[in-house]
Design a binder for this molecule. Structure first.
Ligand code: PMP
Ligand code: GLN
Length: 380
């Protein structure tokens, strides 16, 4: 029998690999990005209350309208931007499903999709499964800035989509207003769709402002935004997120979404609806996470790891070239098995496994865990 799957040579995601290694060696797990503290009890109670009061059957296909109204209000409060709850917002099974469905809705064989490497790992397989061709543009250490000349030269009439991600996983950089204006200028008067992965919109530090694509009217008209309540409210296991786009694009998206997932977990939607009524629940998040970043960085400031403080996301990249010349995958494994701390090597997110000798550490952890992690890092 010769059955050929559509996706070949796919390795197990580095997040699963490193988390499994951390578990097997009882290491502190700063690899896969998830908090080790509890989601707000109000949310947990909200889900169980919803289950007990009958929210147990299918939610509407596009998501609970009350939740979509609450999301629409959040856009208004944060970005003074409007998305119509009925026609322009859809609740999804996390950002991953939204991204997969957006790509499947639009990308056809031979379409090109520009992505920036290192890139979050779910973009490329979705493009390939739909017959599209990922066109990678590398972000170079240590600043990981987008080279707009390269973008300009990569755009042609086969370019169907550009995927951007700010704040950026895994580097912890953010796109500036200048970046957004360049993107706008280069795609102006084209039909190129922008997929803007904004799952870390609330995790941004210092004086940085999140440059949501919706703040740029000309981009907004051709863009999808994807977001994740899992990332935002410390419950990555619930897998609830949403996407927004102008009506025509969203109509096309829903044609696929309704057969891909139809609708998502109803009780959580009710809980998030109630929770979003208090805007402090998301307005306080940048400060909450900045305290985590600052704690972690001050604890390791005298270690032999070098860093530029992360500008956003709950990841910090640490450079280790003063410590060893080992490649990053081997070093990450050694740190996990011998030193008891797990991280993510960045080379796996590059096309040619480009190795800048840097590792990504997740600081969405209790201060006690951060202290234990720092004790290890300081001894290396
Ligand atoms: N995009 C990025 C950049 C991510 O880091 C993640 C992981 N949370 C996702 C998308 C997927 O989000 P979700 O867990 O909501 O599917
Ligand atoms: N987004 C998470 C990270 O970057 C991982 C999610 C996953 O395991 N797929 O670590």
């Amino acid at each position: 029998m010769q059955i050929t799957p559509k996706l070949n040579n796919i390795e197990t995601s580095i997040f699963s690999v490193m988390s499994a290694l951390a578990n097997a060696h009882d290491a502190i797990n700063l690899s896969q990005g998830f908090p080790n503290f509890k989601s707000d009890q109000k949310l947990i109670d909200g889900v169980s209350r919803a289950m007990n009061s009958g929210y147990n059957q299918y939610a509407p296909m596009a998501g609970s309208l009350e939740l979509r109204k609450a999301i629409s209000k959040k856009f208004d409060i944060l970005y003074n931007s409007s998305y119509h709850p009925e026609t322009e917002i859809t609740v999804t099974a996390g950002a991953t499903q939204a991204i997969f469905t957006i790509i499947s809705t639009f990308v056809k064989p031979n379409d090109e999709v520009i992505i920036f490497k290192p890139a979050y790992d779910c973009y490329e397989p979705a493009i390939k499964l739909n017959g599209g061709e990922p066109i990678s543009i590398a972000l170079e250490a240590p600043n990981y800035l987008i080279d707009w000349n390269l973008v300009e030269h990569s755009i042609n009439n086969q370019t169907k989509m550009i995927i951007v991600n700010t704040p950026h996983n895994p580097t912890g950089t953010v796109m500036s207003e200048h970046d957004m204006l360049k993107l706008q200028e280069l795609t102006n008067e084209t039909d190129i769709i922008i997929l803007s992965d904004e799952v870390y919109e609330h995790i941004i530090f210092d004086a940085e402002q999140h440059q949501s694509i919706c703040k740029f009217q000309n981009l907004k008209e051709r863009s999808f935004i994807t977001a994740s309540f899992g990332k935002t409210f410390h419950n990555t296991g619930w897998k609830i997120g949403y996407c927004c786009a102008p009506k025509d694009l969203m109509e096309a998206y829903r044609n696929v979404h309704q057969f891909n997932v139809f609708s998502v977990h109803h009780p959580s939607q009710k809980a998030f609806t109630d929770y979003l009524k208090d805007s402090s629940h998301y307005l306080n998040l940048p400060d909450f996470f900045q305290e985590k970043r600052d704690t972690f960085l001050s604890l390791i400031k005298d270690s032999r790891f070098k860093f530029t403080p992360s500008k956003g996301t709950y990841f910090q990249v640490l450079a280790y070239s003063d410590i060893t010349t080992m490649n990053d995958v081997e070093f990450a494994k050694q740190l996990t098995t011998k030193n008891g701390i797990a991280s993510i090597p960045l080379s796996v997110f590059y096309d040619n496994k480009q190795d800048h000798n840097v590792l990504r550490f997740c600081f969405a952890k209790t201060n006690e865990t951060l202290k234990q992690a720092a004790d290890i890092l300081n001894r290396i």
